[in-house]
Unconditional design. Structure first.
Length: 560
């Protein structure tokens, strides 16, 4: 006789292990029989079927089919010993939807909320310059609008230059160490702006802030990918960026006190982040947290659900740096270039009106307090549309359909803005500019899109930074579209040349988005044609012998 271990489920309880005495012959059959998997979730059911999908049986098996269910696939994708979560990998692990949903809620509370707080602190110090403009910031420091543009440009350039070095450093020492260090360092620079004296000190602090803040976003996105699947990440990133909008509502102080108070707040967040950021799902135990956040069972579920969704996440451990060869390989991945192109152009049409919103309101005759309060509607609208587009991207299962909404939203509003003249009511101007500034913020979707199409840790490490470099380049462009010689807002009749340029770029963007859709569709169709032409033996041989990695693999399909 032999003892066979089998999984038995009891409602609302963790899956338990029971033992049964059976014959040796039956034991061999039981051991070799595959454990049951959950019903596969249809990823492309269409909007109507998604909205009408029946409620899940919470006590049914949630474990999704993956490459680990096939013996050959298991050996090809098995996590290497150096992977920090390898000890929790179990291809036979099974769990229920009740367990999975409970763990996701726990991750949201333990990990996601603090990530949002950290991003809130980033935006407090990154965008408070716009709010400072409502309190005579430029006049107090004897700065012109072109000086203001130069400060934004210096910041963006420094931010761009720091993106990839920051990501490489984070990959080497771990985001749980580097991100809190970043926040603490930049907060010191931010609060020092209380003592700004003129143009030189203004530009110096802009450069330092850019250097220290560069890389934070891709670092955080890579960190969150340790805990969430590719289908869960877009919604979480939308929540991540919603803190951006919250930070715009809470500001009221004079500009010097604004810099000082917000710098002190972010310094506290940075120091506390050293405690609040575990290195990974199985590394939450510390001397100050001896029991950790998750049980062994929860760690098994967390690790295996993420790897079943994306086996490439075990390619490297979370303290492994990139070699120059890996870096060059990731940079040369032309399959991601279309998303990079979207990064540079997608916010140009709405950037200038948003950047100069508070200054425009002041020049229309509103007081500092009124101007600050009048920015709240655009913030609320933007926050609502941010969540709506993130949900839409998953409902329609189309990144392009969700992200092109920004261009569709902004085009008629920019046309209206271009037609304004000195006879236009200030409230009509306010309404249109508010709607432009409250555009659908699709950047989180495109960040998750970049991560998803990278399909390897080494590429994902670099691609997130490269994408953000292009986003910052786009910000440099739009920060210099409204110029002093084009009558910056002194009345309603403003920036005719600049607004005409924005309309042209908006139309160009519509064409680019459609082109990106067909680019990835053609790539997938070509791979489908080749893959479907192979026999099962040829596919098996490919999986066992291929040197292709990441999104170069013939069994990978791009999201679009």
């Amino acid at each position: 006789m032999a003892t066979v271990l089998s999984y038995a489920h009891e409602k609302q309880e963790d899956v338990a292990v029971t033992s049964t005495s059976v014959s040796d012959e039956d034991a061999k059959v039981a051991v070799s029989a595959p454990l049951p998997l959950g019903t596969p979730i249809e990823q492309n059911p269409g909007v109507w079927r998604r909205l009408r999908k029946p409620a899940l049986d919470l006590d049914s098996v949630a474990t999704q089919p993956s490459v680990f269910d096939d013996p050959a696939g298991l050996e090809v994708y098995r996590p290497p010993p150096q992977y920090e979560n390898a000890h929790r990998f179990d291809p036979d692990a099974r769990w229920t939807w009740r367990e999975e949903k409970r763990i996701i809620r726990k991750i949201d509370i333990k990990i996601m909320i603090w990530a949002a707080i950290m991003f809130f602190s980033l935006d407090l110090d990154r965008s408070n310059l716009t709010q400072a403009n409502t309190d005579n910031f430029l006049d107090d420091l004897n700065l012109t609008t072109d000086d203001f543009n130069m400060g934004n440009t210096v910041f963006r350039l420094a931010f761009m230059c720091a993106e990839i070095p920051s990501q490489l450093l984070s990959k080497r020492i771990g985001p749980d160490i580097w991100i809190p260090s970043q926040i603490s360092l930049w907060s010191i620079v931010a609060l020092s702006q209380f003592w700004l004296k003129g143009r030189t000190s203004f530009l110096a602090t802009r450069a330092l802030l850019g250097i220290l803040q560069g890389g934070f976003i891709p670092d955080a996105v890579l960190y969150l990918s340790y805990f969430y699947t590719k289908y869960e990440l877009p919604i979480r990133l939308a929540a991540f960026w919603i803190s951006n909008y919250v930070s715009h509502v809470v500001r009221k102080a004079g500009w010097r006190w604004l810099f000082l108070i917000e710098g002190i707040i972010t310094l506290a967040v940075g120091l506390f982040s050293f405690v609040m950021m575990p290195a990974g799902p199985t590394q939450t135990r510390k001397w100050y947290r001896p029991k950790g956040w998750f049980t062994e069972r929860e760690e098994v579920i967390m690790v295996n659900r993420v790897l079943r969704d994306d086996p490439s996440k075990c390619d490297m451990h979370n303290r492994e740096g990139l070699s120059p060869r890996m870096l060059l390989s990731a940079l040369s991945d032309w399959r991601l270039y279309p998303i990079y192109a979207l990064g540079i152009v997608h916010m140009i049409p709405t950037g200038p009106p948003q950047t100069y919103l508070t200054l425009s309101l002041r020049n229309l005759g509103f007081s500092t307090t009124e101007s600050t309060l009048l920015t709240i509607p655009s913030t609320v609208i933007g926050g609502i549309l941010l969540i709506a587009t993130a949900v839409m991207s998953e409902l329609v299962n189309s990144r392009v359909a969700a992200t092109i909404t920004l261009q569709i939203w902004s085009l008629p509003l920019l046309v209206a803005l271009y037609t304004f003249n000195s006879d236009t009511s200030q409230w009509v101007y306010f309404a249109v500019v508010t709607l432009i500034a409250g555009f659908p913020y699709v950047h989180p979707i495109q960040v998750a899109w970049t991560s998803r199409n990278s399909y390897s840790v080494k590429t994902r490490t670099v691609s997130a930074s490269v994408y953000n470099v292009f986003v910052q380049a786009g910000a440099i462009i739009y920060n210099n579209i409204y110029r002093e010689d084009d009558k910056l807002p002194s009345d309603i009749d403003v920036d005719k040349r600049g607004n005409r340029d924005l309309i042209a770029i908006n139309c160009m963007n519509l064409v680019i988005y459609i082109g990106v859709h067909f680019f990835y569709k053609v790539l997938n169709n070509r791979r489908d044609k080749i893959w479907n032409s192979w026999t099962l033996e040829q596919r098996q041989q490919y999986l066992e012998t291929t040197k292709d990695t990441g999104n170069k693999r013939m069994d990978f399909r791009f999201a679009y």
